[in-house]
Design a protein around this ligand. Structure first.
Ligand code: DGY
Length: 364
């Protein structure tokens, strides 16, 4: 192959990227590059295992599992695993740490894109979009003409939004929700964190101008807007009109949103998950929807994705499917965010291999 006998660092890339930094580094003779060329399909596991042999860096997508097997095949030359995603639950971080391999990921560049999509999911689920859209798409509009309460869902005015996970994406979402009128925001993080704008944990709110926005929206709405740490998940579940899941997935957070959580929810409440599917216990969600323990769900992610057949109960059970807006994991899918993510992931590789000068301040 092109990398067989070279002394240049070998970089393995599991998709063609919408950025040319790595191609430029290759053209400059800095690296050898091995690319899985199919833009639409995840890299074949066998191809990946063969390709990482002797690699110095591997740039992976969410669909590529990075485990001890892959790291063994790469061998001691591997210096960095760079993820083109903010989440890295597909990477065995303990193994990386044990072997002294760095981990790169792409926070911040996708905050706006994901927060926009969370807003879309909140509005889609509360305003009954799946039901309305299906009615029109299936030609049933004439049978359901305008009526005083047809397709009527709750407004967000005066409501409480509960964030499970309150990092930069959740904070960007809160900033976008302010004009829509919720008056109470409660949140949970991995450890209790009283709300304090001077705490760097709330930097995204500060950078987004919360200090100026809050009094402005309070004046417009004529009511106080509060932001508080919830006591615990039960407290958050009981109080929220919309629960927004934006936590990272790990052994502690798997099925964090479970049957007990649905038992505590208001029957009028909605759930939005734009983080990782396994944070929500899907069968508990299906039962909660079937039993009317909650009103609806907006999901950008689902356990078992992308293998979700039309027979999945969320899509096939006619008693609940109109209460569910399910999207194919597209939170970060703006052209700008995806370019930013690929650029940052590539820059992380080049920094780690000692080619920071080739990046020209494009990454970190
Ligand atoms: C991420 O970056 O972790 C998203 O889920 C995919 O864009």
């Amino acid at each position: 192959t092109d990398t067989a006998s070279s002394s240049r660092p070998k970089v393995v890339l599991t998709r063609p990227l919408p950025t040319c930094i790595l191609d430029e580094a290759k053209a400059a003779g800095a690296i050898d590059l091995k690319i899985w060329k199919d833009a639409e399909r995840p890299a074949d596991r066998d191809w990946l295992l063969r390709s990482v042999e002797g690699a110095d860096a591997v740039l992976v997508m969410m669909s590529d599992k990075v485990d001890a097997e892959l790291l063994d095949r790469a061998g001691p030359s591997l210096k960095i695993v760079s993820c083109m995603s903010v989440g890295y639950d597909h990477v065995d971080t303990a193994e990386l740490k044990r072997r002294g391999i760095r981990l790169g990921h792409t926070p911040d560049v996708l905050n706006a894109a994901v927060a926009d999509l969370v807003l879309l999911l909140i509005l889609s689920t509360t305003r009954l979009l799946p039901n309305a859209k299906r009615t029109v798409d299936e030609g049933r509009w004439p049978q359901t003409p305008w009526a005083p309460l047809s397709f009527a869902g709750p407004s967000l005015q005066g409501k409480t939004i509960g964030f499970v996970g309150f990092g930069a994406i959740a904070q960007s979402t809160l900033l976008r929700l302010l004009p829509l009128g919720p008056t109470r925001y409660i949140y949970l993080n991995s450890s209790p964190q009283p709300f304090d704008l001077d705490n760097p944990k709330f930097a995204a709110l500060k950078a987004g101008g919360l200090e100026r926005l809050l009094p402005a929206y309070e004046a417009v709405q004529g009511s106080r807007i509060s932001i508080e740490n919830a006591r615990d998940l039960e407290d958050l579940s009981r109080q929220s009109d919309v629960i927004v899941v934006l936590a990272s997935l790990n052994a502690k957070t798997k099925h964090l949103i479970d049957g007990r959580c649905f038992d505590h929810m208001k029957p009028t409440a909605h759930l939005v998950n734009a983080a990782r599917g396994p944070l929500v216990d899907t069968s508990a969600l299906v039962s909660a929807l079937q039993q009317g323990k909650m009103a609806g769900a907006g999901l950008d992610v689902l356990e078992g994705e992308p293998v979700i057949g039309a027979s999945h109960p969320l899509l096939s059970d006619e008693s609940i499917r109109d209460k569910v807006c399910l999207l194919p994991h597209m939170g970060s899918a703006t052209l700008e965010a995806r370019r930013g993510m690929s650029e940052l992931a590539a820059a992380n590789v080049l920094h780690q291999l000692g080619f920071a000068h080739l990046v020209e301040g494009r990454g970190s």
